[in-house]
Write a protein that binds this ligand. Structure first.
Ligand code: HXC
Length: 261
């Protein structure tokens, strides 16, 4: 595939694919065409058996993404949004990806940029990262899940503060609030993200997919329903050759060899 607004890279040995948003002059503003390319790349990598993890990042050092492309959005109408199913059509693809995803955020992750990062399974951030939902300053509101995912991550009071005042969280605040899993100096962030991706990709891919489904279920159900989902998934894991291999390898004191079966 060739792309104009993103770059992709595959580290075959590590099993990690990287998608880089590539409009640094526009702070990687998320135009419709760019989101189509992100969607297409996720399709490719999700279906590539050699890929165990996808890292999403932004080029230029100043922004992961400054949000949806305001210049492109300005003339939109309600009818057009409704007809084209604006946002859902191509933005949700990364949230629906069955393989683990990591957002590596350097600089600003604002509006749709913050929402895109939150669609990933793990967010890691550079020490210069800033997370915000400043749509209120445009008399808009988050439209790609921001009010919902952010509230689940940071709680109601902080989510309200961010969405009503437009206040940004810095990297330390994002780490403390649970929005971000790890932080690193900006020039070390990609190494960290790729190392985490490599670690994830080195596990049984079927087991990783089951973990992802189970953790995500925590956001969708009651505790008892979620525990029941986990129990069924745990029981089913014993049908995997990989689980038998993992336990045998431990008992025989040798490295496990995964066959993703
Ligand atoms: C279109 C954008 C943009 C955006 C930046 N640019 N963000 N263009 N849409 N979201 C463009 C600027 O217009 C400018 O273009 C160039 O990128 C550099 O921007 P600067 O402001 O000069 O850069 P900087 O001083 O580094 O500030 C970066 C920034 C700021 C903090 C990210 O640009 C900013 O506040 N951007 C808007 C943030 C925002 O409101 N996001 C929410 C959007 S609504 P020129 O041509 O002048 O060089 C949204 C809704 C999502 O995301 C709902 C789901 C779809």
């Amino acid at each position: 595939m060739s792309y104009e607004l993103i770059e992709t890279n595959v580290d075959t040995a590590a099993g990690v694919a990287t998608i880089t948003l590539n409009r640094p002059e526009a702070r990687n503003a998320l135009s419709n065409a760019l989101m189509n390319e992100v969607s297409a790349a996720v399709d490719v990598f999700e279906n590539d058996e050699d890929i165990g993890c996808i890292v999403l990042t932004g080029k230029g050092g100043k922004a992961f993404a400054g949000g949806a492309d305001i210049k492109e959005m300005a003339d939109r109408t309600y009818a057009q949004n409704h007809k084209e199913n604006f946002v859902t059509a191509n933005w949700e693809r990364i949230a629906e990806c069955r393989k683990p995803t990591i957002a590596a955020v350097v600089g600003y992750a604002l509006g749709g940029g913050c929402e895109l990062a939150m669609m990933c399974d793990i967010i890691v951030a550079a020490d210069n990262a800033k997370f915000g939902q400043p749509e209120i300053n445009l008399a808009l509101l988050p439209g790609a899940g921001g009010t919902q995912r952010l509230t689940r991550f940071v709680g109601k009071s902080t989510a309200m503060d961010m969405c009503l005042t437009g206040r940004m969280l810095n990297a330390e605040e994002a780490l403390a609030s649970g929005l971000v899993a790890r932080i690193a100096p900006a020039d070390e962030l990609m190494d960290l993200a790729l190392e985490m991706g490599k670690s994830i990709a080195s596990k049984s891919k079927l087991a990783s997919m089951a973990v992802k489904e189970a953790v995500n279920t925590a956001y969708e159900t009651t505790l008892s329903q979620g525990v029941m989902f986990e129990r069924k998934a745990f029981h089913a894991a014993f049908s995997l050759e990989d689980a038998k291999e993992g336990m045998a390898a431990f008992i025989e004191n040798r490295p496990a060899r995964w066959h993703n079966k």
